[in-house]
Write a protein that binds this ligand. Structure first.
Ligand code: ADP
Length: 386
């Protein structure tokens, strides 16, 4: 058998991605040395970004598999090292692509990432569940999706995605979002706390800092869509988001109930005051498909018409079309999926609630990627330039 060439081994390594950064390890300066001996044994050193890298086993497995698959390789002797601080700052330079620190990439003119912030008037209406399922449904449509859990009261998103105990890897000033099996990367405000059980009693400036950190210091890479799970109501986070990302589009989640609809309208109006466009309303917990007669018989547990009412009121107030994007039924499976870390669109895609969520994702995705979808309504002229 012929001895593998160094080029072949390097080509194999170029196909191995860092699981968090999602770029080839060869581009990230992670491959320190490679040597091929006469009898086909490959000795190499790969540098991890930080010593306690939680994904070192994944990297070891992927590198060993890729190199081992090169024809003629008889053995792989892999040493995992750790980057020096100089190497880490080089990596940060590479990732930022020359961009200064603390800039929010999504706020830059020419950003192709669509930012969708999910708001609600009050807690418990299923805003986080909807956000998580929409993220997965968009990812299943081939979009690269990032998810920011900015709900200071709940921060339930990581658990719903099955990564409740994960902590992001920090490479000096840069934070890596936590990858999930579905391909959606996530950062939660809860992950920025020193301890998980700590209560976030932050006010304006602290929350603003946390939001900017999640937008600017996290390496999101090239996203098609960034979803934000906002805290319920019209508080400091919504204000900060409006200031930093006026080009964000807002989705309002409500239940059919009169009282819920009224507070949801307020959340929508807040978005408009921040010059953000409300792209639509989602009614959750719309009805319970009758367990006896079948789905045609809808039990209106929380009343009816809330979603339609919010959509109509906001459209009237803003003077543009605010559609009701969909009605999601009450579904025990949806709750169970969230609790188990396998959301309904993955756990039971044929269910009525998953079908509704997937169809909402398709509507949102309809316009596809690009600036055209973002230049909407009240966007200030500074964002319109090319
Ligand atoms: P919020 O983010 O608005 O506070 P959550 O998404 O955390 O709301 O949902 C609150 C609770 O309601 C969770 O236990 C969730 O699983 C459940 N839930 C949300 N939507 C539905 C639904 N359509 N059917 C059944 N349970 C739901």
């Amino acid at each position: 058998m012929t001895t593998p060439s160094l080029e072949q081994v390097n080509a194999a390594l170029a196909r191995v991605q860092d699981p968090e950064i999602k770029r080839p390890i060869t581009e990230l300066g992670m491959v320190e040395s490679v040597e091929v001996t006469g009898d086909g044994e490959v000795t190499l050193t790969v540098l991890l970004t930080v010593a306690g890298c939680p994904l070192r086993d994944t990297i070891r497995r992927d590198v060993t598999a890729a190199v081992g698959a090169v024809p003629g390789v008889t053995g792989v002797d892999l040493t995992l090292g750790v980057m020096s601080s100089e190497q880490r700052s080089e990596l940060q330079q590479t990732l930022r692509g020359g961009q200064a620190q603390r800039e929010i990439p999504f706020a830059q003119t020419g950003s192709l990432t669509r930012v969708l912030a999910v708001a609600s008037g009050k807690g418990g209406v299923g805003k986080s569940s909807v956000t998580v399922n929409l993220a997965l449904a968009l990812a299943a449509r081939g979009r690269s999706v990032g998810l920011i859990d900015a709900d200071i009261y709940g921060h339930s998103v990581p658990a719903m995605l099955g990564v409740a105990d994960s902590r992001p890897t920090q490479v000096d000033e840069m934070i890596m979002p936590v990858p999930t099996p579905s391909g959606v990367s996530v950062i939660s405000i809860g992950m920025l706390k020193p301890r998980r059980d700590q209560v976030v009693a932050w006010r304006g400036p602290m929350l603003d800092r946390a939001l900017v950190q999640m937008l600017a210091d996290v390496y999101w890479g090239d996203l098609d869509v960034l979803l934000l799970d906002l805290p319920p109501g019209t508080g400091d986070i919504a204000l900060s988001l409006g200031q930093h990302l006026p080009n964000a589009e807002v989705i309002v989640v409500t239940t059919p109930q009169e009282a819920a609809a009224e507070v949801a309208e307020r959340a929508g109006t807040m978005a408009s005051m921040m010059h953000q466009r409300v792209v639509g309303v989602i009614e959750n917990m719309s009805y319970l498909p009758c367990p006896h007669c079948g789905p045609e018989h809808r039990l209106e547990v929380f009343g009816s018409g809330g979603g339609q009412r919010v959509a109509a009121t906001l459209a009237d107030r803003f003077g543009y079309d605010v559609p009701l994007l969909g009605e999601i039924p009450l579904d025990i499976g949806l709750r169970e999926g969230g609790d188990a870390g396998t959301p309904i669109v993955v756990a039971d895609p044929a269910s009525a609630s998953a079908t509704a969520l997937v169809s909402i994702a398709a509507t949102l995705d309809g316009r596809g990627r690009g600036l055209a979808g973002m230049q909407l309504g009240l966007t200030p002229t500074s964002q319109m330039g090319g």
